[in-house]
Design a binder for this molecule. Structure first.
Ligand code: GAP
Length: 468
């Protein structure tokens, strides 16, 4: 299946209530997006599945929720104050600013651009004759590092509060709570802490819809291990992350693993791989997996003066700083990849096409839709009765749609990815045997378009929440 254009997806997302441009009635705010009623359902489902798989169903994992605002020393210790930046180049002609590495990616590849030092960026742009995307000039200034953290002030009086940062990753909330969690939960190595939440980065070139934004959500795990045991654990997480990608519906041919070169590694990492997805504009990062060694715990120990060590419960004389394997997942980026993967414009017959989201049932905003065939009151009453029975007995998320012809309503459900539609008609009421037997309904499958007639009793017996 071919990937859709980004424009087609953005249009569907707005039309069907997945994602709207942020602050739209005021002319928008560049590269901000709001999740609509169906977008939030999809996003919540991804997050819920992730939590279930990686936290609730594992004995070696626990979750936390730390604050977005943290003591600024956290970001000094973590290295974000001094190291967390992108190489920026100014066009001397039109004064526009760009990420030098991104400008170079098309010519020298993602791998090539990622390993450049700051000093190499401007000479490389000139050598490759890469022109300013804004004015077409070829007059680049020396590249500079630009810190991506959003700074704000804590306190009520402008100018008198302490400078603090909006967190750029959820990870540090887990590192600073390592001892609290380990001791309160009596955890033995290896074990992991997970958290999901909003983070902020003052990205200089946000774009490609929700792929790179300044406010986004992450789902992260810090997995603490005894030093020396990290090799196989890293490999296991690689496999687990890959399997997750398949289970949420991403096609293996649009996924690949990219090992970071030594020069490209973040300041905290001794090994990193990215799981990349083939977006409409090319391969790009979806998730990351890093060996952060004992970098973070030792930095926090140094900067806070507090002990961050782990004591071996079998031999209390053994105290050490655990190593950390970090699987990190962008939640909003996952939603984008899922939507891109699921979107299809399909030709059904010569003059009949449809747009459909082939979403995996575990992430679809609705499990089912109930469609009364007409707006006749007693038919709607029967459909409402079925609606109540289904939501109460199965816990499924069910849409109820009475507006428009049945054909149009099927197409709308296809566009929002509802796996099954249930039509309640005059046969169901026992008023028209040509439509079906009394107390039977028609179930239509989104992907095969097959329709089958079933008794309501059988339907209720077979309904259960989807599993991966
Ligand atoms: N704690 C490690 C960390 O934050 P990262 O690779 O900088 O690593 C993790 O970010 C994930 O967050 C990425 O794999 C990606 O899915 C997502 N992500 C990063 N920057 C993003 C942005 N500007 N917009 C949306 N998602 C982003």
């Amino acid at each position: 299946m071919s990937a859709p254009t980004l424009d087609a997806l953005v249009s569907l997302c707005k039309r069907r209530g997945f994602v709207f441009p942020g602050s739209e009635i005021y002319g928008g705010l560049a590269n901000t997006w709001d999740y609509g009623p169906l977008g939030i359902e999809l996003k919540n489902r991804v997050q819920h599945e992730w939590w279930k798989r990686f936290v609730s169903q594992r004995r070696d994992m626990v979750g936390i929720e730390s604050g977005i605002l943290m003591n600024p020393k956290v970001w000094e210790a973590s290295g974000h104050v001094s190291n967390f930046g992108d190489p920026l180049v100014d066009c001397k002609k039109c004064k526009q600013r760009f990420r030098g590495d991104k400008l170079l990616e098309e010519k020298i590849g993602v791998d090539g651009a990622a390993v450049l030092t700051l000093e190499q960026v401007q000479p490389m742009l000139l050598a490759e004759k890469i022109k300013c995307p804004s004015c077409g000039g070829l007059d680049w200034a020396i590249a500079k590092k630009f810190n991506l953290m959003f700074r704000t002030q804590q306190g009520v009086i402008e100018g008198e509060g302490a400078d603090i940062y909006l967190r750029p990753e959820t990870a540090q909330g887990m590192f600073v709570n390592f001892r609290n969690v380990q001791q309160s939960m009596r955890k033995r190595l290896p074990f992991g802490i997970a958290q999901t939440g909003t983070v902020f980065r003052n990205e200089i070139t946000p774009g490609n819809f929700t792929f790179r934004t300044r406010e986004f959500q992450q789902m992260e795990i810090e997995y603490f291990v005894a030093p020396g045991t990290e090799g196989p654990i890293f490999e296991q997480w690689k496999d687990d992350m890959w399997q997750w990608c398949l289970d949420i519906g991403l096609a293996p041919e649009r996924l690949r693993i990219r090992e970071h070169a030594k020069e490209e590694l973040s300041h905290y990492s001794s090994r990193t791989i990215d799981i990349e997805y083939n977006y409409p504009w090319g391969w790009g990062e979806l998730y990351g997996l890093a060996n952060r060694s004992d970098f973070d715990l030792s930095q926090h120990q140094k900067f806070s003066g507090q002990e961050m060590t782990y004591t071996d419960p079998d031999d209390p004389t053994k105290k050490f700083l655990p190593y950390v394997i970090e699987p990190t997942f962008g939640l909003t980026r996952t939603v984008l990849a899922i939507l891109l993967e699921a979107y299809q414009d399909e030709k059904l017959k010569e003059d009949d096409t449809r747009t459909v989201l082939h979403l995996k049932p575990i992430v679809a905003p609705y499990d089912l839709a109930i469609l009364p065939l007409s707006k006749k009151e007693h038919l709607i009453a029967k459909a409402e009765e079925l609606y109540k029975k289904i939501v109460q007995s199965s816990g499924l998320h069910v849409d109820f749609d009475v507006t428009g012809s049945i054909g149009k309503r099927y197409r709308r459900q296809d566009e929002i990815g509802t796996p099954k539609c249930i039509t309640v008609d005059f046969g169901t009421l026992g008023e028209d045997t040509a439509q079906g037997e009394k107390d039977t309904v028609t179930i239509r499958d989104r992907d095969t378009l097959k329709q089958e007639r079933m008794t309501i009793a059988d339907l209720l017996k077979h309904l259960h929440p989807p599993t991966a």
